[in-house]
Design a protein around this ligand. Structure first.
Ligand SMILES: [Zn+2]
Ligand SMILES: [Zn+2]
Length: 429
């Protein structure tokens, strides 16, 4: 047990972590282009917050939360998703008093007690954004455009947007009634879970994966049939903005979210794999009643979230893996204890010039050190043996050519600095 991690969680090791860093840098860069600012909320919150925001009838709350009592007997839950904490922070820190809308993004670990499988862990990572304080359709369109932009720039192709409107508190009740009437007429054909959903949360029947339920869902009344004028206008305007920038979308009337605070726009970005399999790589939409549900003033909001483990797996499977293991530019190879001290000082001087340096700390033979320098793919290896030490110079080996030069110690930093700039320029051209 001591040397085994709990089931369903993962270590991200050197060699893999560079992909994560590159993805995070990409996400931050894109968000800054759209002027979203990062918010970092805590890993745990009061359990109550998730009951209100994620919803008591959701799978997450019913089965998947990591909840516990702390030593002060508070009910605490490790966050299973990012939106609730952002909304709580928005209310608590009075961000609504700042300029509207607030455009916030997050990147970080989330926790769900889920069945572990490839790309799915109990501690997993999501990034996402929340735009709070605007009900303008252009904001929905910006969030969707952002998501497509982010995935496209990673090289993903065959992306499509699934789009729907889920109505609002004015038009939703009539729709839900129509839906219950429709499914009640076909109750025998529903799976057992959906028979139960019929009276608790009928909208969720629409995203059931059972074939019988799927077939029924395809024929069910759609939200658009029941949408009020306000919701219809909003939806048309969102589509108008997407058309304007050439973002392709397909209407999908089964794309709904079973909670009251979701309003109007719902979307997913879907990717078609080479195998033909379709995966949603992010999902989001508008939630004009969520801030109010969580105890704030009535405030419109829209956002999306995406899983990072799966995104990295998809990138790799498409030959689009990002992030490279970094290598030092210089390897210092001291041959004895006295030379090791000189190398140590030299390393400090080179690092002060922003040159990445590794030096031998194992007292290895010259041959072993040269092997190490090769493995690290450095540009230069600096040998300091007894001759060099006594003569006040170092032997510098340019690894690409094998050429060796003796350089006075007091000129060494400048020499390497120039050489490395030269190498870097050559690499870039
Ligand atoms: Zn409506
Ligand atoms: Zn079902």
């Amino acid at each position: 047990m001591l040397t085994t991690r709990p089931r369903g969680i993962n270590d991200i090791l050197p060699g893999d972590v560079e992909g994560w860093q590159a993805l995070e840098a990409h996400i931050r860069h894109l968000f800054s282009l759209y002027h979203y600012e990062e918010i970092r909320t805590p890993i745990f919150e009061h359990t109550e917050l998730f009951l209100r925001s994620v919803g008591e009838t959701s799978d997450i709350v019913e089965k998947e939360m990591y909840s516990f009592e702390d030593k002060g007997l508070r009910h605490i839950t490790l966050r299973p998703e990012g939106t609730a904490g952002v909304v709580r922070a928005y209310i608590e820190n009075k961000l609504f008093a700042g300029p509207a809308p607030q455009k916030l993004y997050y990147i970080g670990p989330m926790f769900r007690y889920d069945q572990p499988q490839a790309g799915r862990y109990r501690q997993f990572h999501q990034f996402g954004c929340e735009v709070l304080g605007s009900d303008a359709p252009v904001v929905d369109a910006e969030v969707i455009t952002f998501a497509v932009d982010l995935f496209s720039r990673l090289g993903l192709q065959d992306l499509k947007v699934s789009l729907n409107t889920v109505g609002c508190p004015d038009c939703r009740p009539a729709y839900e009634k129509a839906l219950v009437d429709y499914f009640a007429g076909h109750e025998e054909d529903l799976c057992d879970t959906c028979k139960d959903r019929l009276h608790r949360n009928p909208l969720r029947i629409l995203d059931c994966k059972e074939e019988g339920c799927k077939a029924l869902a395809a024929q069910a009344p759609t939200t658009l049939d029941y949408a009020c004028d306000h919701c219809k206008d909003h939806f048309a305007a969102v589509r108008g903005y997407l058309d304007e920038v050439g973002i392709a979308y397909e209407l999908d009337s089964t794309l709904v979210r079973g909670l009251d605070y979701y309003t109007q726009t719902a979307f997913e970005v879907i990717m078609t794999q080479k195998s033909g399999a379709q995966n949603a790589i992010c999902g989001g939409g508008r939630y004009n009643k969520l801030v109010y549900n969580c105890g704030g003033q009535d405030t419109p909001g829209v956002g999306f979230a995406a899983g990072m483990e799966r995104l990295l797996l998809i990138l790799e499977s498409q030959g689009l893996a990002i992030g490279q293991r970094r290598t030092p530019a210089v390897y210092l190879a001291p041959m004895d204890a006295e030379a090791s001290k000189m190398a140590f000082a030299l390393a400090k001087a080179l690092r002060a010039k922003d040159i990445a340096v590794e030096m031998d700390s194992m007292g290895k033979s010259l041959k072993a050190q040269m092997k190490n320098a090769d493995r690290l793919q450095v540009a230069y290896t600096v040998l300091i043996g007894e001759n060099e030490r006594l003569g006040g110079f170092a032997t510098v080996r340019q690894m690409a050519t094998g050429e060796q030069t003796e350089i006075d110690l007091d000129k060494l930093v400048t020499y390497l600095e120039k050489g490395i700039k030269h190498v870097a320029t050559k690499k870039n051209t």
